[in-house]
Ligand binder design. Structure first.
Ligand code: GDP
Length: 398
């Protein structure tokens, strides 16, 4: 069996096991290193070659890929990660870091349950960090923190080991202050970021290494080692002994919720006008693959081979080719699915059936637009509309 076929089998098996799915987004201020992190995670998980990682190649569909009919969709990727001898399917939605794309962040946050908040260790939190974090919390999306560009602290700012830890602590404090200010209840109920508890990792996406307290405990690597290897520019050692992919994805698996846990909490937030004890309400709360299909469309892209592809989060039911759906708020004509797919690496692959808790990529939804609620039911209360919260307006005392 080819490597690709094996990967397809692993991905399709995992998509039916919601306990082992994590739907996540990386949120960051522009230039803090989101693209570098995404690429190196994909490469580390074996989904793209190490050589092309860091050059953002999966984001461009080149001629060869088009000739082979592979769709490269910049906005969605997935990877398989092993943790504690078990495999997990990590679905990652791209979230533009630029303020102009605020609306896209909103959509992405609807589809995911967890976010890796990425902050540049030198610059610290920036206005866009605040906006994207606010968006995540509004959608009930749980954060973990990755402090990036730690190599710059050491090699450019020449801070000593103590100063490095102080600076990293300050970044964590600042993000915690933001979380507390935006959602104090969540902050008190365990969403406070804490390096000792493993909800924070530090590292260098560019040089492919990271470290967290749990990883220090299991590997025996200390902050002192990190500092010394960085000062002597031994990034290879760090990349080999404290790999970015392992540290960051372990943090994701351990701390961010699976769809079963997340939907119990998130459905009342994103479906505020719905009635929980209806069939669809119960089914979404339980992430039940046997209930009616309830899908929220968060993105529509164009594929030269397949036409319009609607991507969204399937909160209940199972989608198959031929499934007859209705798009709420339209003339209620039947929309028949012509293809049902998920993402593997940066490709979209067709699957026989796709159960609740996954990010679906389907064709045939003629009447859907971004933000549509789609169901096998003729009528259901739509999800909350996608609202973008921009930066807080500064008020100046006069
Ligand atoms: P994005 O706008 O958040 O997607 O940021 P990019 O991934 O495009 O990175 C912005 C710039 O920061 C690029 O020049 C990267 O090479 C650089 N960069 C990313 N991560 C690191 C890092 O860990 N250390 C250093 N020194 N540079 C980094």
């Amino acid at each position: 069996m080819t490597r690709r076929k094996k990967m397809v089998e692993r991905v399709t098996e995992l998509m039916g096991t919601p306990e082992r799915i994590r739907n996540i987004g990386i949120v960051a201020h522009i230039d803090h290193g989101k693209t570098t992190l995404s690429d190196n995670l994909l490469a580390g998980a074996g989904m793209i070659s190490e050589e092309i990682a860091g050059k953002a190649c999966w984001m461009d569909s080149d001629e060869e890929e088009q000739a082979r009919g592979i769709t490269i969709d910049s906005s969605n990727v997935s990877m398989v990660h092993s943790y504690d001898n078990q495999e997990y399917l990590i679905n990652m939605i791209d979230t533009p870091g630029h303020v102009d794309f605020g609306g896209d962040v909103t959509r992405a946050m609807r589809a995911v349950d967890g976010a890796v908040v990425l902050v540049d260790a030198v610059e610290g939190t920036m206005p866009q960090t605040e906006t994207v974090l606010r968006q995540a919390l509004k959608e009930g999306v749980k954060p973990v923190l990755f402090v990036n560009k730690v190599d710059r602290l050491i090699n450019e700012l020449k801070v000593d080991e103590v100063e490095m830890q102080i600076r990293l602590g300050k970044v964590i404090d600042k993000v915690n202050k933001l979380i507390k200010g935006m959602n104090e209840e969540a902050y008190k109920n365990g969403w406070k970021l804490d390096a000792a508890k493993g909800t924070v990792a530090f590292g260098s996406a560019l040089y492919n290494w990271a470290i967290s307290v749990p990883y220090m405990k299991s590997s025996g690597i200390t902050f002192k080692d990190i500092y010394e290897k960085c000062t002597t520019n031994d990034m290879k050692w760090l990349g080999k002994n404290s790999p970015l992919c392992e540290v960051v994805l372990d943090m994701v698996v351990r701390n961010l919720p699976n769809p079963l846990d997340a939907q119990k909490r998130r459905v009342p937030i994103i479906w505020q006008h719905g009635t929980p004890d209806t069939t669809e309400g119960k089914s979404m709360l339980a992430c039940d693959p046997n209930g009616p299909a309830c899908l929220m469309v968060t993105d529509i892209s164009f594929d030269p081979h397949a036409g319009e592809v609607s991507t969204g989060r399937l909160f209940s039911g199972t989608l198959k080719r031929g499934t007859e759906c209705y798009v709420m708020g339209t003339a209620l004509k039947v929309n028949r699915l012509t293809q049902v797919g998920i993402f593997m690496g940066a490709e979209r692959i067709e699957v026989e059936s796709l159960p609740a808790g996954n990010i679906a990529a389907v064709t045939g939804l003629k009447d859907a637009i971004v933000g549509s609620t789609v169901s096998t039911l003729r009528e259901m209360t739509p999800f909350e509309s996608l609202k973008h919260y921009s930066e807080p307006v500064m008020t100046v005392a006069v």
